[in-house]
Structure formats: C-alpha cells, structure tokens
Design a binder for this molecule. Structure first.
Ligand code: CTP
Length: 400
C-alpha cells in the first residue's frame, strides 16, 4: 500500500528522535521512498548519517549546505511528497506549524505542502498538557493535519504521564490504515483463488496440473493495493505473498478449496476464481502406497464440485463474481457458456493458442467478456499488468 509512496519524514529535536530510525525501516520495508528532513536540533539527537543510511537518501537539515553548495528547495520537496509525517513533533515545531512560522527547512516544507500531513507529538508531560500546546494541536487538526496521539508512560525526564511519542509500529500502522481508507476498495472484502489443486491417489501420488498461481497472486496483490481486505485461497504453489496484508490460506485439494471458499464467500464483495481446480478426483484414496503390478492401471475418478458455479448459485446482487476460462478452441463461445452457466459478472478468457498466455508464463493475454457480452481484448502483458486491467473492470462495475 505504501509501495512507491513518497514520504517526507520530519524529525524534530526530541529524545524520541531515536525511534525515527525504526520508523524509517518500517516505511522503507513497505516500499515507500523516504526523504528525511531534520530540524537543526534533531541533528543533535540522532545523526543525519544514521537516517540517511536507513532511508537510502541524504537526510537534509538546511536550505543550503555550504560544504557541497547544495540548495534544498523547500517548494520542490513539498510538492514531491505524497505524504508528510512529522515524528517526533516537538512543542516548538507544533507551535511554528500552527502559527505559520518557517524558520527552518522542515517548517518551510510544511507550509508549502499540498499533501496530507501527519504529526506525532513527543514532549514532556507538562509541556504536553500546557494550554498553548493543546491549542496548537487543535489548530493543526482544524487545518486538516492528522494527529497521532502520544502514549502514556515513563518519560525521559523520569516523570510518568502522557507525552511519549507513539511507538514506530503504531505510527506506521496508523498511517497505513489512513492511506488505505482513501483507496477505492477500502472496506471491501475480496476473495481470490489461485494455483492448482492436488487430488491424492495414495500417500505419495496425486493428480495435479501446471498452474503456477502467478495470476492469482498478482490479483491478490493488486486488490490489496486498492485497499481491499484480501483472502487468498491458494492451492500448492511456490509463489510468495507480495503483500503482507493479504490473508493467505493454503489448501491442497478441490474439496478443501471449496470449504474455504464457502466460509469467506458470505462476506466477500468481490470474488475472483483464478485457480485451476481439478475437475475430477479419485473415488478412493489408497491408504498405503500403491505397488506396481499389472501392465495397465486404472484410477476411477468422480467429478469435483464446481466451486465457481456453487458460488454463482448463491451470489447476491451486490457481489461481483469473476471466473477464468482457459481454452484451446471455440474460445469465445465456450467462455460465454461458462459466464452464463456460472452466473458471473465477467469472465477472463485466455487462450492457449496465444503465445505467452496461460500456465507458468510471466505474461498473459486476456479478453474480458461481461454479462452484457461487452468484449474487451488486451495485448500480451505481464500478469501484474493483467491484474490491473481486471481490477479496473471491477472498479468500473462497482461504480455503476
Ligand atoms: N472452477 C472452479 N471449480 C472447479 C472447476 C473450475 O471454481 N471445480 C473455476 C476456475 O477457477 C475458473 C473457471 O471455473 O475460474 C473455469 O474453469 P474451467 O476448468 O476452465 O471450466 P470448466 O467449467 O471446468 O469447463 P471445462 O473444464 O470443460 O473447460
């Protein structure tokens, strides 16, 4: 969710400045670009070198760096940022921000910014309780800045009370949830299936297929980036979750996948079934390894439950259900039949006749056909880009 987000982290002169190091690590790990701006006093508490190393960018303190001749343009920096986070925010900086003072690089950036600003105060108990500090916080909130409340506990002075900066993990999670709230799929639950299923023959053998799960994992990632709460039900796959917010449930067989889907479908707003589910499973599973005997060997198979069709039968009008069709011939005709039979909002067709489409590849070439039989064909793209196209169609339907 913070992937590629440009964040200015303002660090003020408080002992809590040491916590900024952990905060930077969390932001960088989440994929954000972090530009640290220290107030001159902050540089006495934590070195710019430490923060530059962690943020992978030179931490800036002054408008002008005489040693290098570098001019740090506050307007450019303010416009670069998608978000400004001031943590720790001292009583002094809060007061300047509330009253429009800009006597250092950080306050000048704040005053020039158009993006959301978050501030996490840190100061001693009595400074925090002071009427002027409280008034400044209220003023900043009334300007639309987002307040991250300080915690209660032992302070650097030895006093115990409110005023210590919120913990880096809490600040990080707060920012994450605020960013998420503004995303188009905020408060929506998404259910995705991915990968193959394995149908056991005996304790060492199974019937499976070549699905890698790449498409489903890319979809789960994209839905999470758009703010959805994603449950990914994955058959056996070597893929790794790209997004730590995706709730992954590992299953093996079609029956296990069906059970998991039934649990999560009730609360799902969007369901994309991209798994290559086995259509047949052995009637019996041998409890011991089957020994070779005859020249010919037959396994009796029975049909699995069609998960997508089952969900289509109980789908409510406010749920979006999407299926996949992997075809080798009569592609459109077969897809439209599946779309209707399984009561889908749209179907994603990929043909094995297209080079670069289908199992294992990093790319896919799809055609989307919706229930009004509108048809959109796309170029060959990475599976991540295909996931974006599919999600755009979902956003389109949700906005209708
Ligand atoms: N699907 C499913 N449960 C199954 C079989 C398929 O949920 N037991 C889903 C797949 O995840 C996919 C869609 O149904 O979204 C299409 O699957 P596919 O196997 O291509 O279609 P079938 O209806 O099984 O038809 P056929 O195998 O005859 O092509």
């Amino acid at each position: 969710m913070l992937e590629g987000k440009k964040i200015i982290l303002g660090v003020c002169g408080s002992i809590a400045a040491y916590k900024s190091a952990s905060l930077i690590r969390l932001l960088i790990k989440a994929g954000a670009q972090v530009q640290v701006i220290l107030t001159p006093d902050a540089a006495n508490f934590i070195t710019p070198l430490t923060l530059s190393t962690l943020s992978k960018k030179p931490a800036l303190v002054a408008y002008f760096e005489p040693e290098t001749g570098q001019w740090n343009n506050h307007v450019e920096l303010a416009l670069w940022a998608d978000l400004i986070l001031i943590a720790p925010a001292t009583a002094n900086t809060l007061s300047k921000m509330a009253n429009g003072l800009c006597d250092n690089l950080l306050t000048a950036i704040y005053l020039s910014a158009k993006c959301p600003v978050y501030f996490a105060p840190a100061m001693d108990l009595d400074m925090w309780k002071h009427q002027s500090t409280q008034a400044n916080v209220e003023k900043l909130k009334s300007y639309g800045n987002v307040f991250i409340a300080p915690g209660y506990g032992e302070l650097a002075s030895g006093l115990v009370g409110e005023g210590r900066m919120a913990e880096p993990e809490d600040i990080f999670n707060f920012v994450l949830s605020e960013v998420k709230k503004k995303l188009p799929l905020a408060n929506k639950n998404a259910l995705v299936t991915a990968g193959p299923t394995y149908e056991a023959i005996d304790p060492v053998r199974f019937l499976g297929n070549h699905s890698s799960g790449k498409m489903g994992f890319a979809l789960a990632d994209e839905l999470a980036k758009l703010g959805a709460n994603v449950t990914l039900i994955a058959g056996p796959s070597l893929q790794q979750n790209k997004n730590r917010l995706v709730h992954r449930i590992d299953v093996t067989s079609a029956a296990e996948m069906l059970d998991a889907c039934n649990v999560y479908f009730e609360t799902a707003n969007v369901c994309i079934m991209s798994a290559a589910v086995a259509d047949y499973t052995p009637v019996t599973v041998a409890s011991q390894k089957i020994k070779k005997q005859e020249d010919k060997f037959t396994i009796e198979l029975k049909k699995t439950t069609d998960i997508l069709k089952t969900l289509g039968e109980k789908k409510r009008d406010n749920q979006i259900l999407v299926g996949f069709a992997l075809e080798t011939n009569d592609e459109e005709k077969n897809s439209i039949e599946k779309l209707k039979k399984k009561n889908l909002d749209f179907i994603v067709l990929n043909s094995l006749n297209d080079i670069g489409a289908g199992f294992k590849a990093d790319t896919n070439k799809i055609t989307i056909i919706d229930r009004n039989l509108n048809k959109t064909s796309f170029e060959l793209k990475t599976k991540e880009a295909v996931a974006t196209d599919i999600c755009l169609k979902i956003l389109d339907l949700l906005n209708k």
